[in-house]
Design a protein around this ligand. Sequence first.
Ligand SMILES: NC(=O)c1ccc[n+]([C@@H]2O[C@H](COP(=O)([O-])OP(=O)(O)OC[C@H]3O[C@@H](n4cnc5c(N)ncnc54)[C@H](OP(=O)(O)O)[C@@H]3O)[C@@H](O)[C@H]2O)c1
Length: 307
Amino acid sequence: MRIFLTGATGYIGGGVLDALVRAGHDVTALVRTNEKAKGVAKRGARPVIGNLAEPDSFADAVEAQDGYIHAAFDYSAAGGPSVEQTALQSIIAAARRPRTVASAAPATRFIIYTSGVWILGKTPEPATEDAPINPIAMASFRPKHERLVLDAADDRLRTIVVRPGVVYGGGNGMIADLFKSASNGLVRVIGDGNNHWPLVYERDLADLYARIAARDDAAGIYHANDEGDERVNDIVDAIKPYLPVKPDVRYVPIDEARNKMGAYADALALDQVVRSPRARALGWMPTLHSVAGNAARLLEEWRASRN
Ligand SMILES: NC(=O)c1ccc[n+]([C@@H]2O[C@H](COP(=O)([O-])OP(=O)(O)OC[C@H]3O[C@@H](n4cnc5c(N)ncnc54)[C@H](OP(=O)(O)O)[C@@H]3O)[C@@H](O)[C@H]2O)c1
């Protein structure tokens, strides 16, 4: 299939790119610079230089595609939810374009939107895909964007929302941040550390995207997490034996953390247990089931990514 991918130079999108190329898809990747274009070309994609904020910059590229995967996010002051909304609207318009009668393309097109589990808020019960949402401040824009994508579905367009847990593996993300501070001798845990983080290994997550792309019957919301139900304290304890020096652990009260880091403090202190039954019904089986159970390997991956 011909697939247009945003975020191919990022953490989630990078893994997705590799999984799509491995599965034999013809991937067109939106990148922002010549240098990044060379990088994704080496990994097997056709680069298109453009910007989410300027849909004209990728308008030609989105026309000839069978599928669309949005895994980018512009965290800059000029970016944020409004840029994402503009980009999604352009992608949706392209995905809904009329079909030519003689087209050899697949019968249905698809769009996959990358959301996240923070849309659920604190989950008193294990949350499946049909659980009510209660977004934390950082995810307050997600319901609108999920709806935009889900409501664009018609009989020839499948629309999908993937809500990854906190991604781990390699050198990026919240777990890599934790490894870094632990290696530097001081871990700051927001709250009491007994809160659960729903987690997912990056390569397992990428496999789910490739699966959804290939399955004509995949549509709607998919949670993606390893169901390890780990507490932050479990992770911190598990990595200690593999560090040259045992780190100090400082528990930062939530108010103090909010003053220092704003709304991100609430994300770090969030207590969530999440289930992914719809993803599992597609035959998706995460290969890693926890950070704590794979601490030595994941620390090694993190160290390797820094060289
Ligand atoms: N990481 C997680 O644990 C996690 C969990 C759940 C949900 N999510 C969500 O998944 C999405 C991706 O997260 P991530 O961790 O993969 O982020 P990331 O590593 O920071 O990657 C962001 C990607 O977006 C691209 N990008 C940013 N602004 C752009 C623009 N204006 N035009 C074109 N491309 C642009 C970046 O390109 P450059 O290389 O040019 O910067 C990069 O490829 C986000 O919505 C995030 O909230 C992440």
